[in-house]
Design a protein around this ligand. Structure first.
Ligand code: NAD
Ligand code: UD1
Length: 342
């Protein structure tokens, strides 16, 4: 069986995907420029999983480097996760985001053109749906991204559809992730935000650890049971399993097939529910204060995860308790993330 080319493999989701693949004996070829990650993450994955991982420090916009890697390695499929992902930053620097995310993907495709790789799994996002008209969101819901980052994701999905239409040797799965949280149950790898976290779970973890004074809960007057926003949090290990299921689904897909699949649990959890669960399962306090709504937040967003079950035989298994426990194990064992001496 050929190797899996994993772009962005040193990142939060990529490191968990590689841990699962390598744990199953699949060889991974990781390409990352470490713009938002550290080689230490890959070293830790290697310590966890017996399968081989080849690591290349390279930018996906470097065509010559990608061609050299593909000529050397025997890859059968690609999981493309490399990208910039900060929504606010994408509003500030839309050209930088387009260049890295869209042009980067086009460059990767150009390099793959000369190789035998024709199976492509893409990290898309539920952010492509924008403000939901109704929930749960299934894959036929209208797409109306609200940021350059979301537009990048949709544009790449379009590029991949065009690719498979023009050359039916390709088989593509776009995975639209909902809200990935948590960490590997060993506490060895996890999410390591380089700045003050924007996302809820890393902020909760850093507040519990005393790195932040208190969590601001953005809005308590939403039209939900407890007044706080509802999201579909998905354990990163379930998400990683979803990539393995996607590779398997590509094996039995028809040539030229392009599938778009939500990866979520199908269950909405409020901000308060998540914070209270975190306190309960970890026996630690998370000081919090209610503050104004965060501009652009939607009150309720969760997936209809039926298609993933039907087409890939995948469903999320881990609970919100698992997510909170595993996120805290990673945080408490690595208070400074990968900068913490191991
Ligand atoms: P991350 O920043 O931890 O990982 C992305 C990795 O890509 C990093 O290691 C970074 O160094 C690398 N990278 C970025 N640009 C690159 C380039 N030009 N060349 C080579 N490497 C490059 O982010 P993540 O949370 O692991 O997300 C992975 C993917 O999933 C991204 O495409 C992201 O947009 C998507 N996604 C993430 C979430 C989420 O909440 N984390 C939600 C939906 C979709
Ligand atoms: C954000 C991104 C989205 C991305 C998703 C998963 C924006 C506008 N959207 O969405 O593109 O796909 O993350 O990575 O950035 N919250 C607090 N206090 C905090 C942080 C968050 O109350 O300190 C609340 C938010 O208001 C929200 C919920 O927690 O209601 C979840 O927030 P977050 O983790 O940022 O995810 P999303 O808002 O879904």
């Amino acid at each position: 069986m050929g190797s899996v080319l994993v772009t962005g493999g040193a990142g939060y989701i990529g490191s968990h995907v590689m841990a699962v693949l390598a744990g199953q004996g699949r060889r991974c070829v990781c390409v990352d420029n470490f713009s938002n990650s550290s080689p230490e993450a890959v070293a830790r994955v290697r310590s966890l999983a017996p399968g081989a991982i080849a690591l290349y420090e390279a930018d996906i916009r470097d065509l010559a480097a990608l061609r050299a890697i593909l000529a050397k390695e025997d890859c059968a499929s690609v999981i493309h996760m490399a990208g910039l992902k900060a929504v606010g930053e994408s509003v500030e620097f839309p050209e930088r985001y387009h260049d890295n995310n869209v042009r980067g993907t086009q460059c990767l495709l150009e390099a793959l053109h000369d190789s035998s790789v024709r199976r492509f799994v893409f990290s898309s996002s539920a952010t492509v749906y924008g403000i939901p008209e109704r929930v749960p969101l299934d894959e036929t819901a209208p797409t109306r991204p609200q940021s350059p980052y979301g537009e990048n994701k949709l544009e790449i999905e379009g590029v991949l559809a065009g690719l498979a239409a023009g050359d039916p040797a390709w088989r593509v799965i776009n995975l639209r992730y909902f809200n990935p949280v948590g960490a590997h149950p060993s506490g060895t790898i996890g999410e390591d935000p380089s700045d003050i976290p924007n996302n809820l779970m890393p902020f909760v973890c850093q507040t519990a650890a005393g790195r932040r004074e208190r969590l601001a809960i953005f809005g308590a007057d939403y039209p939900t049971a407890d007044g706080t926003c509802i999201r579909d949090y998905i354990h990163v290990m379930d998400l990683a399993d979803g990539h393995v299921a996607a590779l398997r689904a590509l094996d039995s897909a028809a040539d030229g097939e392009v599938m778009t699949v939500n990866l979520g649990t199908g269950r909405g959890v409020s901000v308060l529910e998540l914070v209270n669960t975190f306190e309960r399962v970890n026996g630690i306090r998370v000081p919090r204060v209610y503050s104004d709504r965060r501009p652009g937040d939607v009150p309720v967003c969760y997936a209809d995860a039926t298609r993933a079950r039907r087409t890939m035989g995948w469903s999320a298994r881990r609970t919100i308790e698992d997510m909170c426990r595993d996120a805290w194990r990673w945080q408490s064992r690595n208070p400074e993330g990968y900068a913490t001496a191991s």
